[in-house]
Design a protein around this ligand. Structure first.
Ligand code: NAI
Length: 253
């Protein structure tokens, strides 16, 4: 790997204010990309932190379920850094969820989880395509979840949404190859992101069993996902599209 394989590239990372998104944005920037961090809760503070380390970063406040807000994210990338090459669809609802038995999940919760995790991913994918075509191609990395393959109790809406992300990845890849836009996905295992650490129900119910059922015997942290995402975003993945890579330390349940 060259020292800066993403030099000259511009990346948009949704949900970039904290947790996994911020770790991914930081990893992309350390490999040479200029990054736009977009988040519902505002990402300018996180971007300023990266700039303080000498990295190229800009924060945008926006909701991935709003077409107008997604348009503003893309416009920010083009205005600040001259284009857009990489989209990381990381914004999602997970760490703030309260696990519930299937029959207690109500319609409003289902709609909200699917709206952010699936429709938000759709809108961002669709929203970046014109900008990527202007650059002659691009990379989309969708963040799914290992539970899309294994299932998980008490989060059926979330599991279904992340399964949809895997299928969307394959579907979009089949259409975008001719435009040199490659679409792949990374499916993390249980990761101690900032928001997960703030959710006592998840920590109490998932942390210990995840560790017990993992080949690599330590907790998973956001930085464990950086290599896979940067691989899909970079030159070594130039002939790979439609794939999902599970990154979970070898979970076997
Ligand atoms: P998280 O799931 O709580 O949130 C990620 C970020 O997305 C937050 O900063 C939040 O403000 C932002 N966000 C939420 N709704 C948004 C919207 N409508 N528009 C813009 N931004 C929005 O935190 P975490 O754990 O960092 O997860 C990141 C991604 O990784 C999510 O897609 C999650 O589903 C996925 N994931 C997380 C795992 C974990 O164990 N932490 C495991 C597998 C996947």
């Amino acid at each position: 790997m060259t020292a800066a394989p993403l030099q000259g590239r511009v990346a948009l990372v949704t949900g970039g204010a904290a947790g996994i998104g911020l770790a991914l944005a930081s990893g992309l920037a350390r490999r040479g990309a200029a990054v736009v961090l977009a988040d519902l809760q505002g990402a300018e503070g996180a971007a300023a932190g990266l700039r303080g380390e000498g990295l190229a970063a800009q924060g945008v406040t926006g909701d991935v379920t709003s077409e107008a807000a997604v348009g503003a994210m893309v416009a920010a990338a083009e205005a600040h850094f001259g284009g857009l090459d990489i989209l990381v669809n990381n914004a999602g609802i997970y760490a703030t969820l309260t696990p519930k038995p299937f029959e207690e999940l109500d319609l409003a919760e289902w709609r909200r989880v699917l709206e952010v995790n699936v429709i938000g991913t759709f809108l961002c994918c669709r929203g970046v395509l014109p900008a990527m075509r202007r650059r002659g191609g691009g990379r989309i990395v969708n963040i799914s979840s290992g539970v899309a393959f294994k299932g998980n109790p008490y989060m059926a809406h979330y599991v279904a949404s992340k399964g949809a992300v895997v299928s969307l990845t394959r579907a979009l890849a089949t259409e975008m190859g001719r435009d040199a836009v490659l679409v792949n996905s990374v499916a993390p295992g249980f990761t101690l992101s900032a928001n997960v650490l703030n959710n006592p129900t998840l920590i109490a119910g998932v942390k210990e069993p995840s560790l017990r059922n993992r080949v690599i015997g330590r907790d998973m942290v956001p930085d464990d996902l950086v290599g896979a995402v940067c691989f899909f975003a970079g030159p070594d993945a130039a002939f790979i599209t439609g794939q999902t890579l599970v990154v979970d330390g070898g979970a076997y349940f």
